[in-house]
Each structure stands twice: as structure tokens, then as C-alpha cells.
Design a protein around this ligand. Sequence first.
Ligand code: ADP
Ligand code: PEP
Ligand code: K
Ligand code: MG
Length: 559
Amino acid sequence: MASMAAEFALLSSGLNFKKRVFNLPTTSSPLKLSFKQKFNCITTKALLQEELKKEEDLKFDVVKEIELRENGFMGMRKTKLVCTVGPACCSYEELEKLALGGMNVARLNMCHNTIHWHQDVIRKIKKLNLEKGFCVSVMIDTEGSQINVLDHGSPSSVKAEEGSIWFFTTEKFDGCRPFTVQANYEGFNEGIREGDELVVDGGMATFEVIERIGNDLRCKCTDPGLLLPRAKFSFWRDGKLVEKHHELPTFSDKDWSDIEFGITEGVDFIALSFVKDAAVVKHLKDHLLTKNRFVKVLAKIESLESLKNLEEIVEVSDGIMVARGDLGVEIPLEQVPAVQEEIIDLCRKLNKPVIIASQLLESMIEYPTPTRAEVADVSEAVRQRADALMLSGESAMGSYGQKAISVLRMTSARMELWGREENQQSFLPQIGESLPDQVAEQICSCACQMANKLGVDAILVYTTHGQMASLLSRNRPNTPIFAFTNKSNTRMALTLEWGVVPIAFDLSDDMDANVSKTTRLMKAKGMMRQGDVILVVSDVIPKSVTPSLYQSFQVVVIE
Ligand SMILES: Nc1ncnc2c1ncn2[C@@H]1O[C@H](COP(=O)(O)OP(=O)(O)O)[C@@H](O)[C@H]1O
Ligand SMILES: C=C(OP(=O)(O)O)C(=O)O
Ligand SMILES: [K+]
Ligand SMILES: [Mg+2]
């Protein structure tokens, strides 16, 4: 972990361009002396020996603990990292390296490999959490249905030359038929006319439909390129997508059996591929409810239809993935960056975590350094304040997975540093008032504003279901948000939320006791020092008060 400290040293001492230099509030700020007079503060008592013995009461993420000890509160990364697990990183040792590198969520793409392979990975991650003190949550990503190549006569890629004539068919055949591509969906050519364009993988190659014959299409290659295994098709007419996704089911039989598997294995998130509308998300959430399972449902935005129903989908989902791979097949590529920003802003407004996925560091599947353009893309996602960044093939099958995660870590840390300057100058896009629980919403935005203005060291939130932690995160404050919760599903769900450090803690009804105990334990572990100023928020309901009375915040100086 020495490399993390080195990274931060580089970051804070490094090439700060004049316009971008931001003076971080230091712990010796004169403001802090006046806190006690200005606010009704609670001061913590001396450390009690018997509480030191109960250190295990406070289940901290080992990576965050090291990061805090080495880099201080301001050096803690806020943007969360999701890694797709594949053959390149599925051993216990490789998974441990990714966890140490900062993986917050492990993603399993159910399109690939066997159920036994997935089960083995999930169990290894749970074992790592238990044995080594990590806090890595598990996401399964459903296969979903889409129109793609089943077979094109080669295990790798096939080149389509300009002017060549190809058959796209659903007929099953053995052996190799030259210039023939087998599609996976019987109705793939329904509604398709002569003159329509068949686009492969969002522009890898393009064909013109010259004839429709039964279940087949005869096409001429107009823009040469590669046909990869499982390449995706889309059809275009007069510059517009011919929508075919509504014909395909969101849940196949395999998806339902994968979902049952995920529930049984105790995964934390289910990412739903090719979501069309709010109803399909609701359907899965109701199913989980009847089973009494607290699994979070993430909707993947990767079709034109999902964009049309974006707001209703975000409203019912527990989080969103901007699945740029397939989205780039369904909308013109140049529109993807603007759509990404729109989705991030909407998610922040409606308080749902959002992941930016696909091709972030694509070249690192093969090479040990990213392209400048890839680093710029990652920086932009961080600047837009996405909750999380995702690696796909870079970690699943590439040779440089650990390097890729360190590029994400370094790039986010740099952009977050500059983001704090923007916060200070109120550049962060305003989110307005949009949530049903206005009291909680107001408390959290005021708390974050105050934390930024006064330069407090950390925000501590005591939360049962994670609501206040999530609302604080929505404001993207300068300081990390330490979220203490007694529910393990809340802790795991918070792994995806920007700036939140989830900590397992046996919450009591007595808020003063919660604050004094957690700060004493953090101090005993060397994670907090005398003179640190923290802002405390809670949504724990003491038995004796009505809900509106418990929601408040206070400022505490550590003694
Ligand atoms: N569980 C797995 N087993 C084998 N290969 C995998 C697995 N997960 C991912 N991969 C490989 O990593 C690539 C990138 O992953 P991802 O983007 O999730 O899938 P896809 O390319 O199918 O959209 C896949 O194309 C596949 O080659
Ligand atoms: C993340 C995506 O989904 P998948 O990898 O399952 O195609 C995507 O399309 O960007
Ligand atoms: K998938
Ligand atoms: Mg996809």
C-alpha cells in the first residue's frame, strides 16, 4: 500500500497549474478554535480502556483504513471502482490484488462462463471480505436479449470487404458457409426493407440491405470492417434507428435462473441489461420483495427505448449503469458523451448512484499504458461527478488489470482535487429540491454546504437504511462521509455511493453514545486526531422521539 501514499504525495505536491491550485483546509485552521463558542458542540470524553478492547465492534474497510492513515481525510478517494471479474483475475490472489487496488464492487457478467465459475468467484470475494477485512460488494449483470451474431464461420474475426455480398440468416447449419452470418433472433429481419442499413457494432462495418428473402437478408458491404464473434446488429433508415428492442423480452429463462442464483448466493446488486421501461425494473423489485431479499436493482441504460423512458426508469431503480458499449450501437456515437452527462445529472437529482461503463481504458486490455484520450474520458466522468467507474475487459481478460485500476485511482484522485476547488467556488451544478423527503434532503444539503464552508475534516452519519448517507453523497461534499450502520445489506449497498465509507457498527438508540463510541474507536485506531472537527448527521430513530425530531446535525470537536 506504500504506492497509494506515494500517489497522494505526488498528487498534492505535483503539477498544480496556477488556476487550479486549491488550498485544502488544514487541521490547524483557526476556525476550529471558535467552533465551541459558535455552535452547541459536544466534546468527546477520554478514551475508555474497555472500549479499546471492543475495536472489532467497528468493522472498517481495510483499504480505506490504510488510505486514511496514510493520506488523511482529504486524500481519500471518492469515486468508486467496479471491476468485471473474468479469467484474468478470478483467483483468490488476483482478486485480493484488485481489492487492495481499490475495487469497491466486483461485477460478474452472466453472458460468459458457467454458473459454477461464478459461484466460485462470489465465494472467494466473500471469503476475502471475511478473512482480510475488505468491503467488496458483488454485482451480477444479466445477459438480456439482443440481436447479435451467433456464428460467422470463424472463432475470431472475419473481414467484410467493400462491395462483398453477405447473407444474414437465422437458419441453423453445420460447418462453414462463406459470406454467411447466423443471427440469434428469428424475427431479426421483420420490418426491415430494401435500402435499410445494417450496422455492425455501432459502425465496425456497414451493409446495405438489397433483398429480404424469407428469414434472411441479402446485404452488400458499403463500409468495410471486422465482424467479431457476438457482434451486435442495428438497423437504420433515413439516419434513424429502426427500433427492434421492444420485440425482445427483458428477462429470458436464463436471466431468471441467473437471478435466482444471485439471490441464493447473496449478491448485493443485480444489473438488468436492456431495460426498456420502469415496469420491468418494478417487476424484478417486486419479485425480490416477495422473497424478502434486499438486493439492489440497477438498470442498464443501453437502448434508445431506455433513453425515452429515462426519468421513470431512474425513479424506480436503485441505481443506473450508463452501458456505453451497447448505447453506442443504438445512438450515434457522438451523442454518447452528452447523454452520459444528462444521465449523471438526473441520477444526482433523483439521488440514485450511477456507474459509467465500457471502454474506459479499452487499450489497456493489450497495452500497459492508456491512451491520452482514455484518460481524458475517465477524467470527464469524474468531473461530471459519476458515483462509479467500471472496468470490463481491462480487468476480466487483459494482462494489465491492476495497472488499469491504478490509472482509474490516480485519475479520479487528480480530478477530485480540482473538483473540491469547484465546490469552493460553487461551480458544482445545482440539484435543486426534488425529493419526497424534503426535511432529510434539506438537512443533508445544508450539512454539506456547512461542511465545505467551514472546512470540517469529515462527515459522520449514523444510518439504518443508508438514506441520509446517500443524501449526503448526492451533494458531493469535499470531505469523506463515514457511514456507520448496523445492517450489512446497507453497508454493502453504500459501496457504490460517491464519497461514502461504509462501516459496520452496532448502532444504539442513544446518539451521543454512538458519536462518542465511534470517535473514540477511530481515535484509538489512529484514524482521527485531537482537534479534528467532524459534522455528525443521523437517521437513527430513538424510541422516544417522533421521526421529524431526530433528523438534525451537529458539529463535534475531537478532544
Ligand atoms: N466471466 C467471464 N468469463 C470469461 N470471459 C469473460 C468473463 N467476463 C468477461 N469476459 C471477457 O471480457 C470481455 C469484456 O467483458 P464485458 O464487457 O463484460 O462483456 P461483453 O464484451 O460481452 O459486453 C468479454 O467480451 C469476455 O471476453
Ligand atoms: C456494460 C455493458 O453491457 P455488456 O457488457 O453486458 O454488454 C455495455 O453495453 O456497455
Ligand atoms: K450483460
Ligand atoms: Mg451491454
